[in-house]
Design a binder for this molecule. Structure first.
Ligand SMILES: [Zn+2]
Length: 60
C-alpha cells in the first residue's frame, strides 16, 4: 500500500490509542511508529487520503 509522505499523514496511535498523532512518531506516548500500522490514517491536508487509497486499490 502506498502512503503519502509520513509527515503529512496522521491518525490514531496503535500503541496508546491517541488520536491525531503523526504517523512516524506518536505525539502522546513518544514511540516511533510504523505508518502502515497506524489506525485510521488520514491526510493532514484535508482528509483526502481515504479517497486516494481507494483509487490505489482499484488501479493496482
Ligand atoms: Zn502513542
Amino acid at each position: 500500500m502506498v502512503f503519502l509522505l509520513d509527515r503529512y499523514v496522521e491518525g490514531t496511535c496503535y500503541l496508546c490509542g491517541f488520536e491525531g498523532t503523526r504517523s512516524d512518531q506518536c505525539n502522546n506516548c513518544g514511540n516511533v511508529l510504523e505508518p502502515e500500522k497506524l489506525v485510521n490514517p488520514r491526510s493532514k491536508e484535508g482528509g483526502a487520503l481515504e479517497l486516494r487509497e481507494t483509487e490505489h486499490s482499484f488501479t493496482i
